[in-house]
Ligand binder design. Structure first.
Ligand SMILES: Cc1cc2nc3c(=O)[nH]c(=O)nc-3n(C[C@H](O)[C@H](O)[C@H](O)COP(=O)(O)O)c2cc1C
Length: 145
């Protein structure tokens, strides 16, 4: 059974909804899923990451096309060196931008030699029914990956 971590930060619950749908899809497809709501930089570590086959990281676009700076960014930076060869999926919600934060985040993961699932799943503001279904589908795919 595939072991998946869904590790996310969400300010108003939009990315959280995505995280829950991804987890639901993955569980429905038979994966063993743990969800980590990152509110502190120490909430998910490289050591913990080692225990999972796949890690889905989620964070909304914050700052100016950036990851959330107080908890998620330092958490992610601390495990970036351990991403080499790791199966990683990215997701998150955005507002008025064009998804630049996700492109930058993808580039970061590629530079760290992570094995990336697609280019990241993005949703504008709160996920509607279709977007929620897309998140569940992504979870299913991650369970089979
Ligand atoms: C402080 C702050 C900065 C933001 N910066 C951006 C941005 O640079 N680009 C963008 O597209 N949306 C930006 N947004 C909008 C959020 O990404 C958007 O509302 C998203 O749905 C929030 O998801 P969450 O509830 O998971 O945090 C920003 C929102 C806040 C509160």
């Amino acid at each position: 059974m595939s072991k998946i971590a869904v590790v996310y930060w969400s300010g108003t619950g939009n990315t959280e909804q995505m995280a829950n749908c991804i987890a639901e899809g993955a569980k429905g497809a038979g994966a063993d899923v743990d969800i980590f709501n990152v509110t502190d930089a120490g909430d998910f570590t490289a050591d913990q990451m080692g225990g999972y086959d796949v890690v889905a990281f989620g964070c909304s676009s914050q700052g100016s096309e950036q990851l959330e700076e107080a908890a998620f960014e330092p958490m992610f930076a601390a495990l970036e060196d351990a991403l080499s060869g790791k199966k990683v999926a990215l997701f998150g919600s955005y507002g008025w931008g064009d998804g630049q934060w996700m492109r930058d985040w993808n580039d970061r993961c590629k530079a760290a030699k992570a094995v990336l699932f697609d280019d990241g799943l993005t949703v504008n503001e709160a996920p509607n029914d279709e977007a929620q279904e897309n998140c569940r589908d992504m979870g299913k795919e991650l369970a089979k990956w």
